[in-house]
Design a protein around this ligand. Structure first.
Ligand code: B12
Length: 486
């Protein structure tokens, strides 16, 4: 029997986010007859080195799988203000270093969205040799089979080996299994320390938002069997978990499947304490979806509305208008669903005026919360990073780039890289936004130089989030934003 240890190297505790990927991989690998163990470093983040050494002095697995969920925190105000500009790469490198002191390199396989965003760079930085790009549900056990059969997995879709070309996105079909959410990752601990558990109903995304890497890095799109999703939700509820985040790229895409899932959950008559939270796109959306979602227990939806100006929405690759944002928000409000609309400011063409106009729009529309993020994260697997406007930065030195609005202290598009239109002055624009929001601050999140203040649209080490966790609050933390101003 092959023994595989799955490692979660995420050292961020505020908020603690469960490595759902490892519940998925555990179920998949077990179904193939492997013996699986977990080394979860989040709960022991402050002594991770000792924990890794201790674990490998007692356990001798045949393989190790490590999940790199995040590569960057994707928040521009982290740039220059927090350790490593908000990059997770140095902490992943630190964990990999200790791991490699304990376990042979050629039996470690890496994966995760963070990894898949920059696979070659992650292998190079961590010194690891193998990885998987995209969903690992099926590929992982094929890789193990190949190794066990004395063959190289080279050529398998999604398998990546340092120094070799690879086929990017595995066309994963859905795993015909109920994921075990009870006996592997300590989902109750994560619920206490992060207020949520995750539930995946689909994988991947087929939309074309220009700043987003997900369509490329999540692998092929597949939909999960509704009954399997329900069985998984039952396990979470039985553990006393009341708040569940739909962890699809977008909960309303594809629309028919999303409705099917909501209809199935709504029909179960779960206790009224169950609250679902989700990320969604402005369209597709309709009254029927909102009603089903509310009945299923959806308490809040976070929309990446991004902007209201047609030319900027177009540059973002969006397919809706400001009127659609208003309509979708209104449908949610009428059906008792809390809405957070996020703005992403800083694209070419952005000015103080376009920002002010957008703020006025949301003031009038009055969703529960408007999140303002300034600075576009340029990630290597996104359409934007391949645009001529971004590629020209490759020819420039860091100072010249900065003068033209591109911020990066390391390897372009691999270390944190952000673009902010040069018509906006940093950091003066933060005060401009704060002053313009004025007494409406109780319903607008605004960026600050400090990055983790109670008004920032940032979860990691946020003073606001830390307080809510201490108080035992659960659910999406944005949904408590207004309370702090009472
Ligand atoms: C839901 C979500 C959240 C929720 C989580 C709720 C919860 N408790 O579960 C909340 C809101 C809390 C959140 C927070 C953050 N998030 Co988030 N989040 C997501 C989202 C939408 C889903 C994550 C998820 O669980 N997916 C489901 C699992 C099953 O999929 P998976 O992890 O990809 O795993 C599969 C494969 O990657 C692969 N795989 C994974 N590991 C391994 C290992 C091996 C060995 C193998 C072979 C394969 C493999 O197989 C798995 C199964 O198919 C993703 C985007 C996305 N669509 O994935 C962003 C995303 C991961 N988040 C992101 C970010 C930036 C953050 C924050 C840093 C934001 C912030 N500044 O505060 C924090 C991080 C907090 C922390 N402590 O780490 C970014 C990461 C970007 C990057 N490339 O680095 C993403 C990609 C969003 C984006 N497009 O920017 N997030």
């Amino acid at each position: 029997m092959t023994k595989i240890t799955l490692v979660n190297p995420n050292l961020v505790k505020v908020p603690a986010v469960a490595p759902v990927a490892l519940d998925v991989l555990n179920t998949a690998l077990r179904s193939e007859g492997h013996e699986i163990d977990l080394l979860d470093l989040t709960p022991v983040a402050d002594r991770y080195e000792q924990e890794i050494n201790k674990y490998f002095s007692k356990n001798k697995p045949n393989y190790v799988g490590i999940t790199f969920r995040n590569a960057w925190d994707m928040v521009f105000t982290s740039f220059g203000s927090v350790k490593d500009d908000g990059s997770f790469i140095p902490s992943h490198v630190a964990v990999a270093r200790i791991l490699l002191q304990n376990f042979p390199r050629d039996r470690i396989i890496a994966g995760g969205v963070g990894f898949s965003s920059i696979p070659e760079y992650m292998l190079q930085q961590t010194g690891l040799k193998y990885g998987v790009v995209g969903a690992g549900d099926k590929v992982f056990s094929r890789i193990i089979d190949a190794f066990e059969g004395g063959k190289s997995p080279r050529g398998l879709e999604g398998f990546v080996e340092a120094g070799y070309p690879y086929i990017r996105s595995p066309r994963e079909e859905t795993l015909p299994l109920v994921i075990d959410r009870t006996n592997f990752v300590d989902n109750k601990w994560y619920f206490r320390n992060g207020g949520l558990a995750g539930l995946r109903t689909s994988n991947g995304c087929n939309m074309k938002c220009t700043y987003c890497m997900e369509p490329e890095v999540k692998g092929g799109m597949f939909l999960r069997d509704v009954n399997h999703v329900i069985a998984e939700l039952n396990q979470l509820i039985e553990q006393g978990i009341t708040d569940v985040h739909i962890i699809d790229s977008e909960a309303n895409i594809p629309f028919r499947h999303s409705k099917e899932i909501k209809r199935a959950i709504a029909s179960r008559n779960y206790p009224s304490s169950l609250r679902l939270w989700e990320y969604a796109q402005v369209l597709p959306f309709d009254e029927e979806y909102a009603k089903l979602a509310r009945k299923a227990g959806v308490a809040g939806i976070l929309f990446s509305a991004d902007h209201i100006e047609p030319q900027i929405l177009k540059a973002f690759g969006k397919w809706y208008t400001a009127e659609d944002i208003a309509r979708t928000t209104k449908i949610c409000q009428d059906n008792g669903i809390k809405v957070m609309n996020e703005f992403l400011f800083g694209m070419p063409g952005e000015t103080e005026d376009s920002i002010k106009k957008s703020i006025d729009f949301m003031r009038e529309l009055d969703p529960y919360l408007t999140g303002i993020t300034l600075g576009i994260g340029i990630t290597p697997s996104s359409p934007l990073s391949r645009s001529p406007a971004m590629l020209r930065f490759k020819m420039m030195n860091p100072e010249a780039r900065k003068r033209e609005g591109l911020y990066c202290n390391g390897t372009l598009f691999a270390d944190p890289t952000y673009f902010v239109s040069t018509s906006l002055k940093i950091p003066e624009i933060y005060d401009t936004i704060r002053n313009y929001v004025g007494s409406d601050i109780y319903r607008f999140m605004v960026p600050t130089v400090q990055n983790t203040s109670k008004t920032d649209n940032q979860l990691i080490n946020s003073s606001r989030v830390e307080k809510l966790i201490r108080e035992g609050k659960t659910g999406a933390y944005w949904a408590y934003y207004r309370d702090q101003w009472n």
